[in-house]
Design a protein around this ligand. Structure first.
Ligand SMILES: *[C@@H]1O[C@H](CO)[C@@H](O)[C@H](O)[C@H]1NC(C)=O
Ligand SMILES: *[C@@H]1O[C@H](CO)[C@@H](O)[C@H](O)[C@H]1NC(C)=O
Ligand SMILES: *[C@@H]1O[C@H](CO)[C@@H](O)[C@H](O)[C@H]1NC(C)=O
Ligand SMILES: *[C@@H]1O[C@H](CO)[C@@H](O)[C@H](O)[C@H]1NC(C)=O
Ligand SMILES: *[C@@H]1O[C@H](CO)[C@@H](O)[C@H](O)[C@H]1NC(C)=O
Ligand SMILES: *[C@@H]1O[C@H](CO)[C@@H](O)[C@H](O)[C@H]1NC(C)=O
Ligand SMILES: *[C@@H]1O[C@H](CO)[C@@H](O)[C@H](O)[C@H]1NC(C)=O
Ligand SMILES: *[C@@H]1O[C@H](CO)[C@@H](O)[C@H](O)[C@H]1NC(C)=O
Ligand SMILES: *[C@@H]1O[C@H](CO)[C@@H](O)[C@H](O)[C@H]1NC(C)=O
Ligand SMILES: [Cu+2]
Length: 708
């Protein structure tokens, strides 16, 4: 036995020696990714058959040295100990969770960092992420946003839909394939934990793509006072400005240029990769250090921008630079030169920038992601996330407190192009709008042929809004506010007791239930997402799990051409009920039914998250081929937890079986000697055989050795 083990170890180290040689060679060729990988990150090697990482989910405080238990303050862009005022060493600075440097606020960290570690995986590579919940009270789940989970629907991470919440003290291994390739992210999928920092980048790489330097930008809106539950209740009630005790004021809801509203989650600071500064008013800001990307002129940089915001869409641009749009949500778009891109919560954008040396060039440029709230709706405030781009080969010293010149060279004659407006026009001659009707898909990996044409197999309408009688206007889809089941729908659907009751739901009624719609396999599914009727008017980026869909058409209302304000909602859709709750809707022109919609895109872009314009609609299509229970919801967590979500049960008769021992959970309704719930045994998935176990051990050993 002992000798057998020695042979094994010998074999393993031989493997390690050979493979490590290979992986370091690969590493040399790979151009840099900024920010550089840290020990906490999960960086897979191209040849790993299984890539294993551990994610310890924990609470941390901002502005402390965690190990030393010392409070930290910021002073003129420099971090110092709060008591004693000693300047931190670079190593200490790295360890401080900053956010906006205001207060010492509770956040969620993974492996000690905020936002969570970067996952860097290769296309179709197997990932095993062991999530360890070290919280005292809260449960967690993690959703890998944008990944299809084909064949592994139970790894989708939606609490009560695809799995039981992971309880404090428990671990759960997420095992799935890295697909599709592109820029994605992972985030909490229970309650509003994402707003506390439970998210991180997830990059799926093609093995053969032309190498290019990369800059990863995660965007977050930040409130340094509210935890997740407080934010939820502030949205439902009101929020107040207590700064002057003699004059307590309600903080009003802000809006975009079309009059579209944003819920009450007061924006205080924007964060790029967890760092930002708090603009006390439009001119005075705190000096907390920003994320800093060190670049060189003449080199192409691929920016991978991830919309991890809780609520606010942000328009991203780089001072004085043109952006070449390349992809969104993992799929390629025809190269389009734009000046800025509006990123909605849940969306991702890749664009390319090349910095040039010229007479006007500077040592530093700011990357700015400004919310799309109008100036009038938040007077005296500036709401933006910022990061510094430092040109290494330009003379001069970097600044500790970079100024914000908000340099954008738009004129009436050469207006700036804004991509992905959720409305018709910007209300300014300086900027013009492009949306998904105006860009073409150039992704060679998915052929749109099957979804083109004037016929579909299934046609579904989903209205995302807050309709209802005053006092009862929950977030809902088709008037149905989502109720979480006691057990995961995917694996313990027998326990569901809150099915939608057609007598209480539907035409002109508001109900609370677990809304599930079945779709068949091998079919062209058309979904029409709307944001209309009583309870419309709020921004909703809609995200479908398990799929990427073709965006066939974006339909808008009518706008004032001068001010950009919405005048009327779209007239293409007809609401059947007298209350205008739009719980049952259809095309006004009946001849559009069955897929015969005029103005469909001939080269439709592919997305998994799309904003539904206020007063408008989006037509999407996909071929149904991924059995499972897939959540379809507004990606603003606060709206989703308020009920704006539902489940697409894809190909119900083809659901695969979960792995053996997959966790089960549910109510306990005391019923004497009788069992009140189903006892069917689940699982006939993979049995871990000995040879597989040994192989995994060897791979793990290799992985860890290579990482040192
Ligand atoms: C911003 O705040 C500073 C300091 O409180 C004050 O001096 C300044 O007048 C304010 N500016 C505006 C535009 O309100
Ligand atoms: C740009 O157009 C707006 C509105 O048409 C006008 O008010 C403004 O004066 C123009 N600015 C310039 C520099 O021409
Ligand atoms: C998109 O493709 C269509 C059809 O090939 C073409 O007519 C159109 O000009 C393209 N749009 C852009 C913005 O290139
Ligand atoms: C929604 O409809 C209800 C019932 O007709 C009405 O009382 C309420 O004022 C409407 N709300 C809006 C925002 O139109
Ligand atoms: C558009 O807004 C302008 C400015 O408020 C107003 O004068 C004009 O009448 C509006 N146009 C329409 C069609 O409502
Ligand atoms: C807006 O819709 C109303 C009701 O359908 C209609 O009477 C009005 O003419 C529309 N206004 C515009 C500017 O389209
Ligand atoms: C209904 O739609 C069809 C197809 O687009 C069109 O030809 C027809 O004119 C429309 N009817 C009305 C009343 O708008
Ligand atoms: C238990 O089940 C038996 C048989 O179905 C039934 O007669 C009995 O009433 C049940 N007991 C309770 C406490 O529900
Ligand atoms: C798993 O292992 C059990 C016990 O060894 C065996 O009976 C069963 O057939 C195996 N299942 C599969 C899917 O291999
Ligand atoms: Cu929403």
């Amino acid at each position: 036995m002992a000798s057998f083990r020695r042979v094994l170890i010998g074999l393993a180290s031989l493997c390690v020696a050979i493979l490590c040689g290979m992986c370091s060679a690969q590493e040399l060729e790979r151009p840099p990714v900024l920010p550089p990988a840290r020990a906490a990150d999960c960086i897979c090697k191209p040849d790993d058959t299984i890539c294993k990482c551990e994610f310890r989910v924990e609470h941390r405080l901002t502005m402390v040295l965690h190990e030393e238990r010392q409070l930290v303050k910021v002073d003129g862009g420099v971090l110092k100990t709060a008591i004693g005022g000693r300047t931190l060493t670079p190593e200490e600075q790295e360890r401080v969770i900053l956010a906006d440097g205001e207060e010492s606020r509770l956040v969620i960290a993974i492996n000690g960092i905020f936002p969570g570690p970067r996952i860097d995986v290769y296309e179709n590579q197997e990932l095993e992420i062991k999530v360890v919940n070290t919280f005292h009270t809260d449960s967690v789940t993690i959703h890998f946003h944008g990944l299809h989970q084909q064949g592994s629907p139970w790894m989708d991470g939606v609490a009560s839909v695809t799995q039981c919440p992971i309880l404090p003290g428990q671990s759960f291994v997420y095992k799935f394939k890295g697909y599709p390739p592109g820029t994605s992210f992972y985030h909490a999928h229970i309650g509003d934990q994402r707003s506390m920092g439970l998210y991180g980048p997830l990059i799926v790489r093609k093995r053969d793509i032309e190498p290019i330097s990369e800059i990863i930008v995660t965007l977050q809106d930040w409130n340094h006072k509210m935890d997740a539950e407080t934010a939820y209740f502030r949205m439902i009630t009101e929020q107040y400005d207590f700064s002057n005790p003699n004059d307590i004021k309600v903080i009003p809801t802000t809006s975009s240029v079309d009059g579209g509203l944003f819920s009450r989650f007061e924006f205080q600071s924007g964060l790029v990769n967890g760092k930002g500064r708090y603009w006390r008013n439009a001119t005075v800001y705190t000096t907390s250090p920003l994320e800093r990307f060190k670049v060189r002129t003449g080199i192409l940089y691929r920016f991978r921008v991830i919309g991890a915001m809780t609520l606010y869409p942000m328009r991203i641009y780089i001072e004085g630079q043109a952006l070449s749009l390349r992809s969104s949500d993992c799929y390629n778009l025809q190269n389009t030169a734009v000046n800025s891109i509006i990123v909605h919560p849940g969306e991702r954008y890749d664009f390319i920038v090349q910095f040039q040396e010229s007479a006007q060039s500077r040592k530093e440029y700011l990357l700015i992601a400004e919310t799309i709230e109008t100036a009038e709706s938040h007077p005296g405030k500036y709401h933006a996330a910022e990061a510094v781009i430092e040109i290494l080969n330009h003379p001069g010293k970097p600044s500790l407190v970079p100024p914000n010149n908000k340099l954008e060279t738009c004129t009436n004659e050469t207006d700036c192009k804004v991509f992905n407006c959720p409305y018709g026009n910007t209300g300014s001659p300086l900027r013009s709008c492009l949306n998904y009707n105006d860009v073409n898909n150039t992704d060679p990996y998915r052929d749109p042929k099957k979804v083109l044409g004037q016929n579909v197999d299934e046609e579904l309408f989903f209205n995302f809004a807050f309709p209802g009688f005053p006092g009862n206007t929950p977030g809902s889809v088709n008037g149905r506010a989502f109720v979480s089941p006691p057990s995961p729908l995917l694996t313990q659907s027998n326990n569901l007791r809150t099915q939608c009751d057609e007598a209480k739901c539907g035409k002109g009624q508001i109900c609370e239930c677990t809304y599930i719609v079945n779709i068949p396999g091998d079919s062209v599914i058309q979904m029409v997402f709307t944001n209309i009727g009583n309870g419309s008017g709020w921004s909703h980026p809609v995200h479908l799990h398990g799929h990427s869909f073709f965006v066939m058409k974006m339909g808008l209302g009518t706008y004032n051409q001068t001010t950009g304000r919405l005048i009327n909602e779209t007239t293409d859709i007809y609401c059947t009920d007298d209350n205008n709750f739009c719980t049952e809707i259809g095309w006004r022109n009946m001849s559009w039914s069955g897929g015969n919609v005029p103005g469909l895109h001939s080269r439709p872009p592919i997305k998994d998250t799309i904003v539904v314009p206020t007063g408008g609609y989006v037509v999407v299509r996909f071929v149904s081929s991924n059995p499972g229970m897939w959540f379809l919801h507004c990606h603003i967590d606060l709206h989703n937890t308020n009920g704006m979500g539902m489940v697409i049960n894809a190909i119900p008769d083809k659901h695969p079986s979960p792995p053996i021992g997959f966790p089960r959970c549910g109510d306990f309704l005391y019923n004497g000697e009788n069992l009140s719930y189903d006892t069917d045994v689940v699982g006939n998935g993979d049995n871990l055989s000995i040879s597989k176990g040994l192989m995994a051990g060897i791979i793990m050993l290799w992985f860890f050795t290579c990482n040192i």
